[in-house]
Design a protein around this ligand. Structure first.
Ligand code: DAV
Length: 367
């Protein structure tokens, strides 16, 4: 039967259909030019790579399955990817790396804009083939939805030319990292188009794209040419020493309201477009935890990585008491869902999902 399956213009209109990741076969990838920085020198993960401990995979899958159950009970249709054996090397004419990573955070790989899903370029060598886990789903959407536009960003080569080498000197202090962020000096070069889907915040006609460790300026130029009728905004968050993905930094809850990580505030000159249009930018609540869980690449700010179901309803990680309370004060109905066991596999509730269908059309919120 031919029917409309794919439609989503933002992260807050009523969610009807979503993809939820799977942790199966996930690996800790070997170091490579784009990733070595995320492993602290004293971490037990340093120099360690290969399949993640099975009991951690099982615990993550229990929480992912529970998220599916919560969504299904609320009438949201859920699809799941088909994980590959991620412990295989990636070998191309331009590079070789010892293993792949995971397909747990679909938000990094798939970017839904209206009736289109773009397989993102990605910038990590270990994530080069990740989109293959979603191919069975996208293929089905293509067969069943006559309007579904299936596309892929130009595949990057990820040769040595795509990275600044020795960018992550181990002696670099936090202060120096912050200086680099402020100077927009990141590990990737402008050799080719590089972006992770999770660096793109979709708000109808406007795309706010974080320039950071996983997305470069050439990607912004590509988006401008691809969508001449949309407005593309480069955004930066100078307080973030590791700017990877926008969804633990700047998170819209409904039209007119965004929570912003208080350590990574949007600079004044970039706030203008929101303020001019009556949008409120509120500091997100403090995380409930002082450390991320073991073997996790992300920061404690996954506390604000929530999944909005509609303008009044949001799923927040169950132990994030301060974030739960703030959501309530902001007038949202909050559904707490335990999810910390999944964090190490690539992120929180927003990361772990990718939009297929939300009600609503492309609105101009910033005329
Ligand atoms: O704060 O570590 C995590 C974002 C994952 N998508 C952070 C960013």
């Amino acid at each position: 039967m031919m029917t409309k399956i794919v439609n989503s213009w933002n992260d807050f209109d009523p969610l009807k259909h979503v993809i939820v990741g799977r942790a199966d076969h996930s690996c800790i990838p070997p170091e490579e030019p784009a990733t070595s920085e995320k492993v602290p020198i004293d971490s037990t993960m340093r120099g360690m790579w290969g399949p993640r401990p099975l009991e951690t995979v099982e615990k993550a899958n229990i929480q992912l399955d529970n998220l599916v159950k919560v969504l299904t009970e609320r009438g949201v249709k859920v699809d799941r990817p088909e994980p590959l054996q991620w412990n295989q090397p990636v070998i191309t004419p331009d590079f070789r790396t010892g293993s792949m990573m995971t397909c747990m955070p679909p938000r990094d790989t798939l970017l839904t804009i209206g009736s289109e899903i773009i397989e993102a370029a990605m910038s990590f060598r270990c994530r080069f083939w990740e989109y293959l886990a979603f191919r069975p789903l996208l293929s089905r959407y293509f067969n069943e939805d006559p309007e579904f536009l299936w596309s892929q960003a130009p595949r990057p080569r990820l040769s040595d030319k795509s990275y600044k080498h020795n960018y992550y000197d181990e002696r670099i202090s936090l202060e120096e990292r912050l200086v680099r962020t402020a100077n927009k000096d990141f590990v990737t070069t402008e050799e080719e188009i590089l972006f992770d889907a999770a660096d793109v915040m979709r708000v109808g006609k406007d795309l706010f794209i974080q320039h950071g460790l996983t997305t470069n300026r050439k990607a912004m130029e590509w988006f401008k040419r691809k969508y001449p009728d949309m407005r593309i905004h480069a955004v930066n968050f100078p307080g973030d020493p590791y700017p990877i993905h926008i969804d633990a930094t700047f998170v819209p809850l409904r039209p007119g309201l965004i929570i912003n990580n208080p350590h990574r505030r949007l600079p004044k000159e970039q706030r203008v477009i929101f303020e001019k249009n009556g949008w409120e930018i509120v500091d997100a609540a403090q995380p409930a935890h002082t450390e991320p869980p073991p073997l996790c690449y992300s920061s404690v700010w996954l506390s604000m990585n929530c999944l909005v179901l509609d303008h009044k309803t949001v799923i927040v990680e169950a132990s994030e008491v301060h974030q739960l309370e703030q959501m309530d004060k902001l007038g949202m109905n909050v559904i707490p869902v335990a999810f910390r066991d999944a964090y190490a596999f690539g992120g929180g509730l927003h990361c772990a999902t990718a939009d297929v269908y939300r009600e609503g059309t492309c609105q101009d919120y910033f005329p």
